[in-house]
Every structure is written in C-alpha cells, then in structure tokens.
Design a protein around this ligand. Structure first.
Ligand SMILES: [Zn+2]
Ligand SMILES: [Zn+2]
Length: 355
C-alpha cells in the first residue's frame, strides 16, 4: 500500500539539505508513480544547486524535490500508459521534453526547445530524492533484471553521458586514452573504455581518494597527479607520441589544455565536464596536428537503451563505482560527502538497495 505522505529532500542552496513531509503524488495521464530504490548524486547537483542556486535556464533549480538520477519500480500507473506497468523496474531519462520538437524526436530531450514543456527531474520538476516520484512513461527505459537499481540510476546522466561522448570519438583496441578528472564521470569513462577495448587508460586528478579508486577498481592503468608535467608524462607513457583519444571530465582550464596537448596527431578529444573555460593555441595545439575537439551533452533515449543492453552483455555494473550508500534520512550526509570530492559515486537508497 502506498502511504499518503512521504519524505522528500530539497536543496535550499546554502550547502544544506532540507527534509520535508509532502503528499505522495498521484500519476496523471501517461505518468507512473515510482517507488525510488536508488538515487545518485551528480557533480552538477553540487555545482549548480547545493552550495548556491547558480544555474540558469536548463540548470535553473526551481525549488523542487532534488535528484535527477533516479531508478525505481512502478507502483501505480495513470491512464493512457502504453508499455510500462506496475511492477516494472525502470530507469528515468532525466529530462522530460515536449516530445514533439526536433531534438525530442531524435531522443535528445536534453536539448528540447520547448520553454514550456522541457523540465528536468530534480531541477524544474520533482526528482528522485524522495520515497516516491512521478515520471512520464515516455521518459522510462526498462531496467534488465541483471542490473541493480544503483546500476540503473547511473545510466542516464553518468554512464549515458560518457557513452555518448565515447561513441562520438570512437574507442577501440588501437587507442591509448587519457581521462582528465576522475570523479564519477571519469571513473565511468575508464570502465566503458575498458569494455570498448582501449589499449591503455591514463587518468589525471588532484584528489588522492579518487586516484586510488581508479587504480583499485582497475579502471586506469596509470594515474597521474595533476601538475605542469602532465603532457610530458603522458607522452612518456605512450612511446613519446601522446594518446589517440582524450576525454575531459574535469571542466578545469589547465586539465582541458592538457587533454588537447597530450593527444597525438590525428587524435580526437571530447569535452564532457561542464562549466569553466579553456585556453590553447589553435595552430600548434590542434590545427597543425590535425586534431578534432568534440563537445557532448548527455545522451539520447535510444542510445541509453543500447547502453543498458551492452552493460548486461559486458557484465559491467555501474554500481561498482558507488563507494557510499545512504538512507534517505541521511541525504544531508550524502550531499556533504559528494561536495567534499573524497568519494566515488554517492547513492541514496531504499529497500533492497540499501545494503
Ligand atoms: Zn547527473
Ligand atoms: Zn521537445
């Protein structure tokens, strides 16, 4: 039986979490009610919401229930649902789009152009840091039995974002890959590059805890402490040439320049980390060496479905990078830990996922 009220977490913007008791919502047409099982915290939650409400537009937090990386089980469905039903385990694509603009039709609801209907869970509509959540059926991806809810929570924003970027630059056994920034997105990059067959994976970070996680989980072959010698160090690890592929997950000015300069001739670089800036010298750094820099933002619903299928095929479990699990009443501790950076992925869990 679904109760009448539930606990939900809000982020007032002063590095605290506010817990409120609110009514359990009822699903409308084309919507489902999810029992949230796992809800992971993202770097963007910290960057744009937790400390201060800095975001504008798509990153503007409108005082809703926090959490845009939810995964759960359907406990009720509204009228008009066509595929999903009570009992189904589902992942939620974290931005609900209008469904009928060109970007939505491509499955990239992240880029939905409707000012009225584009609403991201945990930003402009209620998200997953609660006992229950309403989701639109069109935003759901089936979660296979072989994957846990904590695996699923990371598919949309974390692993999906990485997979999209890696598909753009292409990763295979010919490639040495540099990852700048070993937070959850960088760790996910290492995990996916392994399965895609990358020959050598080199990571760079500043936080010792993160460097250790990357090595302990076998996601990087070498990890470098961030510093002015990084380009020379990466070249030394790659026969003097540099890597074929680089993925920036840091959003740091200097690390981005390192990603560009440590990439060899004809190499490809993708920027995933959000915010900040970068300075480089186009002629020596990219033009004369025939390099390409890509930007990549989130992913599409269809690529997410393919990723889920491949995670099962590869026996790759995103929840391996979850280093800390908290119950919902300890959500404040979860956000504080994520803000410290001294962790891998942090998850708020309920029921069987709280282990
Ligand atoms: Zn996220
Ligand atoms: Zn749209």
């Amino acid at each position: 039986m679904t109760p009448e009220t539930m606990t939900a977490a809000y982020l007032p913007g002063n590095s605290t979490v506010e817990m409120r008791t609110v009514p359990v919502p009822a699903p409308g047409h084309g919507e489902v009610l999810l029992r949230i099982k796992a809800s992971t915290i993202c770097g963007s939650d910290i960057r744009c919401i937790y400390h201060e409400h800095l975001g504008k537009g798509p990153e503007g937090y409108q005082g809703v229930v926090a959490g845009h990386e939810p995964c759960g089980q359907i406990v009720a469905e509204g009228p008009g649902c066509r595929r999903f039903k009570t009992g189904d385990r589902v992942i939620v694509y974290h931005i609900s789009g209008c469904g009928v603009c060109n970007d939505c039709r491509r499955g990239y609801m992240i880029s939905c152009t409707s000012e009225k209907y584009r609403r991201a869970y945990g930003w402009q509509r209620d998200g997953g840091m609660a006992e229950y959540m309403i989701a639109e059926e069109k935003d759901l991806i089936a979660l296979p039995d072989a994957l846990s809810y904590a695996d699923g929570a990371q598919v949309a924003c974390g692993f999906g974002t990485v997979y999209e970027g890696l598909e753009k630059i292409g990763i295979d056994g010919n490639h040495a890959v540099l990852i700048t920034g070993l937070g959850p997105v960088g760790l996910a990059t290492g995990a996916l590059c392994r399965k895609l067959g990358a020959n050598k994976i080199i990571g760079i970070d500043v936080v010792p805890e993160r460097m250790k996680i990357a090595l302990d989980l076998g996601l990087c072959d070498a990890v470098l402490a961030s510093g002015p010698d990084n380009v020379a160090q990466v070249k030394e690890l790659t026969g003097g040439f540099g890597v074929e592929r680089a993925v920036d997950c840091s959003a740091n000015n200097l690390a981005r320049a390192t990603a560009i300069r440590a990439t060899r001739k004809w190499g490809k670089i993708v920027f995933l980390g959000e915010g900040g800036t970068v300075e480089f010298n186009p002629s020596p750094d990219i033009i004369h060496d025939q390099k390409t820099i890509y930007g990549s933002w989130v992913t599409s619903t269809w690529l997410m479905e393919e990723l889920v299928e491949r995670l099962v095929r590869w026996n790759l479990h995103p929840d391996d990078i979850v280093t800390h699990r908290f119950s919902l009443d300890k959500a404040a501790d979860a956000y504080a830990l994520m803000a410290s950076g001294k962790c891998g992925k942090v998850a708020v869990c309920q029921d069987e996922e709280l282990k």
